[in-house]
Each structure stands twice: as structure tokens, then as C-alpha cells.
Design a protein around this ligand. Structure first.
Ligand code: ADP
Ligand code: ASP
Ligand code: MG
Length: 414
């Protein structure tokens, strides 16, 4: 008998019928002998609808109240799943994030889990219950309810799996695993039987929203085996873990010389800031980026152009939601160092190729740039990690770029 944490996403619990189906899947698993903690997302588009509702009241809802409001979405679905299980004769109990012991910091809308106190979860499990936990939320030391950021129920599930030392964490969604590209964009994606944490982290951080990046990060730190699979069928899914046995898409063994790109990700969440005429002297980068860090704004790509007469342009990107605040912070700093202009724009997207083998093989970047060039797509900025190459391009060309790169790196389904 194993302890397993499962998570069902929004479309998996989209209406009463879906909830009953999910309850039947959970009950079957329980009858097979496993102890279960089940984390659920809000039903369908509930979170978007609650945000829209708040916006009808005020353009700038207070962060604390907004989090309290959004947390209700997951509370609704958790109670309904629990009721459906009881209706099937299974003992179950629904818990909010706070009741499940999820303690977070105070960063509303993007709170981080500081600790999971598993006492209540353990007690309910010991009593033989299936525990249904409202995902995406936690509570601060001051007893205020927080949310973990969009897509955060994945992170709730992995954190609970880590805290309970569960056998594995199963993420059930509307696709039957991790593909070489978003199946909504690429018509012939290949399903990956398995993927390493590092590669999944890069894909997730650069736009593959099938997994919340922080869930993958937690999984890697606490060595939680994560299975991503469909809640709609019994297809085997994708295992995210630490070592790869060399199986790649299509299940064929990876040859040394073969393509080492694992997947393509894209993300239109790009806000670009350019500070013009920055004096080229030590300490300037600190002056600009420290206040952004203090405000909790993460800066992604940074490019400093070669200086002309000791003046340079500094360009960097942030999430769109942070753009306005970032400009407000940077403007006075720019003024104080004598930089005359701060420009901000959107309409851009990141497209990334990811693969752990790329670090040892030359030519990947060249192939990516050539492919985009042949598609007539201009590259605005480039950034890389050891296992990723990202180009920032015109948002309107995102899907063309993904498909062209998917083809160029020979990732289509066999
Ligand atoms: P859930 O509501 O279950 O959390 P999400 O909508 O957050 O589901 O994530 C699932 C979606 O992720 C899929 O419908 C798919 O369009 C998208 N996706 C993006 N990139 C990938 C990828 N590489 N593999 C699989 N799905 C992907
Ligand atoms: N309901 C939340 C969202 O839509 C959290 C989640 O689904 O994981 O972002
Ligand atoms: Mg999700």
C-alpha cells in the first residue's frame, strides 16, 4: 500500500459530471489499496471569472482581499469532490490550504510555501479518509489567506507529496503527458515517456504551462517523482524524475549523435524596458537592478549594448504584470544617473529550445537562428542557459516559430 498525492486541474473538475468522473477514478484507486491525498484546482475558468468580477468592482483590488476571493474557487471544488466520494461510499474530507497546514509568506498573489505542517493530513489519513485539499492557497503566520500564483495547485500537490514522503505525485490534466511542444500549437508533437527535472523546469519556466515551474523546482529539491497524465483517459503519461534512462520521444533510445533538443516552449508574457544613454561605469547595473529586486520583480533577459562615448543602452525584460511597476521604479533611478530616456513595450514573445544534451554539442544555436531567419522572423534578444536557447521575437509570429523549430529539430511524432 502506497501513499500517493494526486492533483486534478481546472478542466478535469470543470462541471458536476467531471467531478463525479474524477471521484470514480479516485475511488477505484483507493479500492486498489492506495492512501490518497487529492489536490484540486478551481472548476474550469473560475479563477479568471473571479478576477474579472473583482475588476468590475475596482481597477485595483487590494491584494489581500483578491487572494481571499480567489481562494474560494478551490474551496468550492474540494468540497464537491469530497461530497462525490462520500456519495460513492468512500470516507473523505475536504480541507482548505490553511487547514491542510500550508504556511506561506505574505506575498499576495505569488506567495511562497514556507512550510507544510502535515499533522492534520496525517490524522485524516490515519482515520482511513481520502483527503481532498484546495490547491493554490495557504495561510500566513498572521492568519491571512494567500494564493501561490496562477497554476499554483501543482505546487501545492508537490509540496504535500514532499512533506508526507509520498511514493509519487500524479498531476492529472487535459493532455496525456508532456509533449515536445504545446499540442494546441504544434499539430504533430511527440509525447515524452520521461523527462528530467532540469529540462522540465526550463520548459515550464519558459512557457509550457502544463506544469507550474515552482512545482518542478520543489520536486527536484525533494526528489518527488512526478507523473503527468490525463484525467480523461488511461494513457501512461510522462514521468518527471532525476535520471533519464536514455529513452526519448517515441520511446526509441537516444543515440549520442542524435538530436538533443527535448522540446520547444513559448511564452508571450514579455515586457521590455530599455534605459537609453546609461553612463558606462562600475556600479550602474547595481543601481538599476537592486531596487527592482527589492520590489520582488524578477528580471529575465538583460542585454547591455556596446558603449559609444561611454554611454550605453540597457535592455531587459520582466513579466507583463510587472512592467508598469518596473518602469515606475526605473524612471527615477535613470534620472539620478543621468540616463535621459526609459522606454517600455510589449508585443513580444519568447521562444525556447530546451535539451540537456545541447551543452555538449555545437550548432544548436546556429540551427535555431537559421530556422527563424528562413521563416522571416526577426530576433530581438537572445538568452541562453546550459540547456536552453531563447529568442525574443514578435508576438504575432510565435506559433510560426514554434512549428518551424519543431520541424527543424526533428521532433515530430514518428
Ligand atoms: P490544468 O488546468 O490541468 O492545470 P493547464 O491548462 O494548466 O492544465 O495545463 C495543460 C495545458 O498545457 C495543455 O492543455 C497544453 O495546451 C499546455 N501545454 C503547453 N506546453 C505543453 C507541453 N509541452 N506538453 C503538454 N501540454 C502543454
Ligand atoms: N485555479 C488557479 C489558476 O487558475 C490555480 C490552478 O489552477 O493551479 O491559476
Ligand atoms: Mg495548470
Amino acid at each position: 500500500m502506497a501513499l500517493v498525492v494526486q492533483k486534478y486541474g481546472g478542466s478535469s473538475v470543470g462541471d458536476a459530471n467531471r467531478i463525479k468522473q474524477v471521484a470514480r477514478r479516485i475511488a477505484q484507486r483507493r479500492e486498489a489499496g492506495d492512501d490518497l491525498v487529492v489536490v484540486v484546482s478551481a472548476m474550469g475558468d473560475t479563477t479568471d471569472e473571479l478576477i474579472a468580477l473583482a475588476e468590475q468592482i475596482t481597477g485595483e483590488p487590494e491584494a489581500r482581499e483578491l487572494d481571499l476571493l480567489l481562494s474560494t474557487g478551490e474551496i468550492v471544488s474540494s468540497t464537491l469532490v469530497s461530497m462525490a466520494l462520500k456519495h460513492l461510499g468512500q470516507p473523505a474530507v475536504a480541507l482548505s490550504g490553511a487547514q491542510a497546514g500550508i504556511g506561506t509568506d505574505r506575498r499576495y498573489g505569488r506567495a511562497r510555501i514556507l512550510k507544510v505542517d502535515p499533522q492534520r493530513l496525517r490524522r485524516e489519513l490515519d482515520e482511513g479518509k481520502i483527503v481532498i485539499v484546495a490547491g493554490f492557497q495557504g495561510i500566513t503566520e498572521e492568519m491571512d489567506i494567500t494564493t501561490l500564483g496562477r497554476g499554483g495547485s501543482d505546487t501545492t500537490a508537490v509540496a504535500i507529496a514532499a512533506a508526507l514522503g509520498a511514493e509519487r505525485c500524479e498531476i492529472y490534466t487535459d493532455v496525456d503527458g508532456i509533449y515536445t511542444a504545446d499540442p494546441r500549437i504544434e499539430p504533430r508533437p511527440s509525447k515524452l515517456p520521461e523527462i528530467r527535472y532540469e529540462e522540465m523546469l526550463e520548459l515550464a519556466s519558459y512557457g509550457a504551462k502544463v506544469m507550474h515551474p515552482r512545482a518542478v523546482e520543489l520536486g527536484a529539491v525533494y526528489k518527488v517523482r512526478i507523473l503527468v497524465a490525463s484525467s480523461f483517459n488511461d494513457s501512461p503519461g510522462t514521468l518527471i524524475h532525476s535520471t533519464s534512462s536514455g529513452q526519448v520521444h517515441g520511446g526509441s533510445p537516444m543515440m549520442e549523435q542524435r538530436n538533443k533538443v527535448m522540446g520547444i516552449a513559448c511564452d508571450a508574457d514579455v515586457g521590455r524596458i530599455t534605459v537609453r544613454g546609461v553612463p558606462d561605469r562600475p556600479g550602474i547595473a547595481t543601481t538599476i537592478f537592486e531596487p527592482l529586486a527589492e520590489a520582488g520583480i524578477s528580471v529575465d533577459t538583460i542585454v547591455q549594448n556596446a558603449s559609444v562615448e561611454r554611454l550605453t543602452d540597457l535592455t531587459f525584460t520582466v513579466a507583463k504584470a510587472d512592467l508598469k511597476r518596473a518602469v515606475e521604479i526605473v524612471k527615477p533611478v535613470a534620472q539620478s544617473i543621468g540616463a535621459p530616456e526609459v522606454l517600455a513595450d510589449t508585443g513580444l514573445a519568447k521562444v525556447s529550445v530546451v535539451g540537456a544534451g545541447m551543452q555538449s554539442g555545437p550548432g544548436y544555436a546556429a540551427r535555431m537562428f537559421r530556422t527563424l531567419f528562413q521563416e522571416g522572423i526577426n530576433i530581438e534578444l537572445i538568452t541562453t542557459s546550459e540547456i536552453r536557447i531563447t529568442c525574443i521575437i514578435d508576438e504575432g509570429r510565435t506559433e510560426d516559430a514554434v512549428r518551424a523549430l519543431h520541424l527543424a529539430f526533428e521532433l515530430e511524432e514518428a
